[in-house]
Ligand binder design. Structure first.
Ligand code: ASP
Length: 325
C-alpha cells in the first residue's frame, strides 16, 4: 500500500512537472477556438475579431472552427471532451448558462467540465424582420404578431441559443406561440430572412447592424435598457411595453477542465490585450457592442457570471416549461 502510494505520488508529480514543462513554452502550435454556431453569424464574428488579436500576442495562430447544432451544446460538448492542453478553447455566449437548464441530459456537466479564460463582450439584441414585413413600427409589430402568431415564422439558432431565449421571452411577453424555425446559427438564418423564407428573428447586433443600416431587413426594437448609439431611432423593448424582454448576450472563453494554469494565464492575458486594442473596440462599436472591461476578462469574472446566470435563468426556463429533451 505504502509502495503504491509512493508510486502514485511520484507519477502524480511527474504528471504535474510534465504539464508545467509543456505549458512553459505554450503556445507552441496553432490553437483551435470552437464556435458552437455557424460561420458568418454573430458569435462567429465576435470570435474572429478577438482570435485575430489574441493570435498576435500569443505568437501562434488561433483558428476558428464552427461546430454548430443543438443550440450550441454540440460545440460546447466537443470542447468539454477535448484534450486539456490549452490548444482547444470555446467561445460561447449566454447559451452556456441557459442550456444547463434547457437540456436535461447534456453530454457534459456545465459547471464542472470547463476552466475559464474570461468574459469578452455583452452584445445587445434586436428584433428584426424581412424587409417587406408589413408593420411599420414596434407598436404595429406587436399587435400584428399577436394577431397573426400562427402564420408567422420566427428563426432561431436552436434551443439554448440567444435567439431562442430572446424569442421565448418575446412569445411570453405577447402570450403568442409563434412557429419557430431552428438553424445551426443565425448566420444561415439571416440568409433566409434576407431571402424572405422566414419572417422575423431576434438576434445580436453583431449580426444585424450592417443589414439594418443597409435597409435589407427591418428592425423594430433593441433589448437593452437604453437606446443604442448606432440605432438612436429604435425604441427599447421597455419603451414598447415589454420590459421582461431585456437581455444582453455576454460571451466568454472556456477551456476543457484541467488545462494547465500557465496556459489559462496566457490566454487570459492575450484576451485582455485584444480587448484593449483600439481597432477591436472601434469594430465592436460599429457592431453595436463594446469590449468587456479588463477586470471582467478574467477566469474569476467568467466563472461568477456563469454561475449567477445559471441561477438567474433556471426559474425563468422552468416556469416556461420549455425543454430541449
Ligand atoms: N448567437 C446566435 C444565437 O445564439 C447564434 C449564432 O451565433 O449563430 O442565436
Amino acid at each position: 500500500m505504502a509502495q503504491f502510494t509512493r508510486f502514485a505520488g511520484l507519477s502524480m508529480l511527474g504528471l504535474m512537472l510534465g504539464s508545467a514543462a509543456l505549458a512553459q513554452g505554450y503556445p507552441e502550435r496553432q490553437i483551435t477556438m470552437v464556435v458552437p454556431f455557424s460561420a458568418g453569424g454573430p458569435t462567429d464574428t465576435v470570435a474572429r475579431l478577438v482570435a485575430e488579436k489574441m493570435s498576435e500576442s500569443l505568437g501562434q495562430q488561433i483558428i476558428v472552427e464552427n461546430v454548430g447544432g443543438a443550440g450550441g451544446t454540440l460545440g460546447a460538448g466537443r470542447v468539454a471532451s477535448a484534450e486539456a492542453d490549452g490548444y482547444t478553447v470555446l467561445l460561447h455566449h449566454i447559451g452556456m448558462a441557459t442550456s444547463a437548464t434547457l437540456y436535461r441530459s447534456l453530454a457534459y456537466d456545465t459547471l464542472n467540465a470547463f476552466d475559464y479564460v474570461g468574459l469578452v463582450t455583452e452584445v445587445p439584441m434586436t428584433l428584426v424582420a424581412r424587409k417587406d414585413f408589413e408593420p411599420a413600427d414596434m407598436a404595429a409589430f406587436v399587435s400584428y404578431v399577436k394577431e397573426n402568431a400562427d402564420s408567422i415564422t420566427l428563426a432561431n439558432a436552436g434551443i439554448g441559443a440567444a435567439s431562442h431565449l430572446c424569442g421565448m421571452l418575446f412569445m411570453q411577453a405577447l402570450d403568442a406561440p409563434i412557429v419557430t424555425v431552428p438553424y445551426k446559427g443565425t448566420g444561415p438564418a439571416m440568409t433566409d430572412l434576407l431571402g424572405g423564407q422566414v419572417d422575423i428573428m431576434c438576434d445580436q447586433t453583431t449580426n444585424t447592424s450592417e443589414q439594418v443600416r443597409g435597409g435589407t431587413i427591418k428592425a423594430y426594437a433593441v433589448t437593452t435598457p437604453e437606446r443604442l448609439e448606432i440605432f438612436p431611432d429604435l425604441p427599447t423593448v421597455a419603451e414598447a411595453g415589454l420590459p421582461g424582454m431585456e437581455v444582453a448576450i455576454w460571451h466568454g472563453i472556456y477551456a476543457p477542465k484541467g488545462t494547465p494554469p500557465e496556459a489559462i494565464e496566457k490566454l487570459s492575458a492575450a484576451l485582455q490585450a485584444a480587448l484593449a486594442d483600439e481597432g477591436v473596440a472601434a469594430k465592436m462599436a460599429d457592431l453595436g457592442t463594446a469590449p468587456s472591461p479588463a477586470e471582467d476578462a478574467t477566469p474569476q469574472a467568467l466563472q461568477a457570471k456563469l454561475e449567477s446566470e445559471i441561477d438567474r435563468w433556471k426559474p425563468v426556463i422552468e416556469a416556461a416549461g420549455v425543454y430541449a429533451d
